[in-house]
Ligand binder design. Structure first.
Ligand code: URA
Length: 242
């Protein structure tokens, strides 16, 4: 693959901009500056840097972000900044197949919800993870306004009525970790689902944090606002659902 094509595939601008970047000496391959845009490179596992920023070629991007509160999962947010501004520009510009451009969030979290958010530019992966038929379990740590009793907790797994849902909506699991701390596992992704379910049993969500998707946990070393690539082990942990 030509070096400028490789840069283009990773989101470093238009083809022309990528050619220019190489000619200007902004790109180093395995530590050595290369100014030939036509240089033939093997992309598999290639380590390169652009303006001193290290990158490794990835055919498709799979990443996790520790979403902080105060960010919207939208490219065109209303009142709050977009989660996409927490990512480096090339991840937002990677040319995608079909309509996808750049990485997209796998489902959405509310502005005030924190925790694990997956992003990818692989449309099939996003579709599989979001498909209601796959029942991918998502675990939420819920801080409650009032203490939750066993009866309320039981109603969450037995099923509660939400206004616009024709059938009762159930949690796959509900565990009282402490008086005001509930661990809720959902296999669907309905609008404001946790908040509405908790309200339906007469309580209220004070804070919401997603700690896990499938077998993949948010790693404690990832501070709010930080992202990292998913490792082959992470992808394997998602494999039963992905
Ligand atoms: N349920 C909610 O109510 N909000 C979220 O952000 C996620 C699940």
């Amino acid at each position: 693959m030509r070096l400028d094509d490789l840069l283009f595939s990773q989101g470093f601008g238009t083809r022309r901009q990528c050619t220019g970047r190489v000619q200007l000496g902004q790109v180093a391959l395995e530590g050595a500056v290369c100014t030939d845009p036509a240089r033939d490179v093997d992309p598999e596992g290639l380590a390169f840097s652009v303006e001193g920023e290290p990158w490794v070629w990835q055919e498709r991007a799979y990443l996790m972000l520790h979403k902080p509160a105060g960010y919207e999962c939208s490219h065109r947010p209303g009142a709050w900044p977009s989660v996409y501004t927490l990512l480096p520009a090339p991840l937002r510009r990677r040319p995608g197949a079909g309509k996808l451009n750049g990485v997209q969030a796998v489902g959405r979290l509310d502005q005030d919800t924190t925790g694990l958010l997956l992003l990818s530019d692989d449309g099939a992966f996003i579709h599989r993870m979001n498909s209601p038929r796959r029942h991918v379990p998502k675990v939420y740590e819920v801080t409650l306004k009032h203490p939750m009793d066993e009866a309320q907790c039981g109603r969450l797994t037995a099923g509660v009525r939400l206004d616009d849902e024709p059938r009762p909506v159930r949690a796959a699991a509900a565990e009282r970790v402490a008086e005001r701390h509930l661990r809720l596992t959902l296999t669907e992704g309905k609008y404001h689902q946790v908040k509405r379910m908790v309200a339906a049993v007469g309580n209220r969500v004070e804070a919401l944090h997603r700690s896990r998707i499938g077998a993949l946990e948010l790693t404690p070393d990832l501070a709010p606002g930080r992202w990292r690539w998913l490792s082959p082990q992470d992808l394997a942990a998602l494999a039963p659902v992905a």
